[in-house]
Design a protein around this ligand. Structure first.
Ligand code: ATP
Length: 363
């Protein structure tokens, strides 16, 4: 096992239409045994980062270290990594056992040792009864478990996973997510996981790296990323439904900062550490941080419900506010009727203020 150091990794692709900066100065330390996810929208550079760590892509500059070893220039086979892809890449003509053994056989490991390793891995992935089947005789989830098993059996220092669950249907994905979490608990191998699915990243990871346009936006625990997003991009990317964003202005009134948006004035607990040059600001509030309050409560914001949706155990209420609308999330037992006027309260401790066009968290 090893800690991984990614040091100012940069990758540009030159093409007929110009240069793409797929990865810009990515620096990250991953502790031995940590589960770290790289998450971001399509094209943000997360797969490029993983492929460079795997040795499938050469960086334009920067280094990668596993423990004290600089592995930047090593061939993939010399890195002691195992990679699981979105397409499971199983050999269709081989049985599950032969698929599992393949890497060991190629490294010249004898029959007995191979059988011993398969016997150790198969129960962990509940594949014992399927060893003599071919991949086409397996379900999607079972195939995915074989792909994981093939990586596990090599006992790698670092596990690299590129969207390994995205070919599974929604229910199976949730199930495999839990299996993967349990597997990591048990093995405690360093895992680097790429996904565009923020929920997957939130539920699996010790730490999350949020990326956009090749640039790391924030790194932190799921809790930190969710409750203290560093900028508007992270705030909107993480969480479903997305954080509500209300455009307005930040003013100091009687020595206290107040956010003024269309039809609302919200006193803030403290001024941002550095007041932005222009008053333009965006107030972010998560759908679960808006409360229904009595109409005469101090600071209550009166607004009209437009639509209410039932989503299983909870409801999402769309509420008109100024020229836009916000989403309020409540337990399913809270029933609001379209057209109804409600009073809303915002907990000052759970508000997010973004300066100007919303690039950085200001408070
Ligand atoms: P996705 O979720 O769609 O796989 P991603 O976040 O993994 O996206 P990358 O595949 O890392 O993104 O791509 C980052 C950027 O680099 C994109 O703009 C992509 O078009 C570009 N890119 C990736 N590989 C190449 C290549 N071989 N040649 C040229 N451009 C590339």
């Amino acid at each position: 096992m090893a800690n991984v150091r990614i040091d100012r990794l940069h990758k540009e692709f030159r093409g007929p239409t110009g240069t793409v900066h797929a990865l810009q100065e990515l620096t990250l330390d991953i502790a031995d045994g940590e589960f770290v996810s790289l998450v971001g929208p399509s094209g943000c550079g997360k797969s490029t980062a993983l492929r460079i760590i795997a040795g499938l892509e050469v960086p334009s500059s920067g280094r990668i270290l596993f423990g004290p070893r600089d592995i930047t220039k090593l061939e993939p086979r010399d890195r002691n990594i195992a990679m699981v892809f979105q397409s499971y890449a199983l050999y269709p003509h081989m049985t599950v056992r032969q698929n599992l053994e393949y890497g060991l056989r190629k490294r010249g490991i004898g029959k007995e040792e191979r059988a011993r390793k398969v016997a150790a891995i198969a129960p962990m992935l509940r594949l014992e009864t399927m060893l003599e089947r071919k991949p086409r005789q397996l379900s999607g989830g079972q195939r995915q478990r074989v792909a994981l098993g093939r990586a596990l059996i090599r006992d790698p220092e670092v596990f690299l996973l590129d969207e390994p669950l995205s070919n599974l249907d929604a229910k199976l994905r949730v199930h495999m997510r839990a299996e993967l979490a349990a597997l990591h608990q048990k093995l405690r191998t360093t895992m680097i996981y790429v996904t565009h699915d923020q929920l997957e990243a939130m539920t699996l990871s010790d730490r999350i790296v949020v990326m956009n346009h090749g640039v790391m936006q924030q790194v932190g625990t799921p809790e930190e990323i969710y409750s203290r997003p560093a900028n508007r991009f992270v705030a909107e990317f993480i969480g479903t439904p997305s954080m509500n964003m209300i455009e307005g202005e930040l003013r100091i009134e009687g020595g206290r900062p107040v956010f003024q948006g269309p039809g609302i004035a919200v006193p803030l607990p403290q001024a941002p550490p550095r007041m932005p040059a222009t008053p333009q600001a965006t107030l972010g509030v998560r759908p679960e941080d808006i409360a229904l309050v009595p109409p005469d409560a101090p600071g209550a914001i009166r607004a009209k419900v437009t639509v209410s949706e039932l989503a299983g155990a909870e409801r999402y209420h769309f509420i008109e506010l100024g020229s836009g609308s916000v989403i309020l999330r409540t337990p399913a037992t809270t029933v609001l009727r379209p057209g109804e006027t409600v009073a809303l309260g915002l907990d000052p401790a759970r508000l997010h203020l973004f300066a100007g066009a919303g690039e950085d968290a200001a408070a």
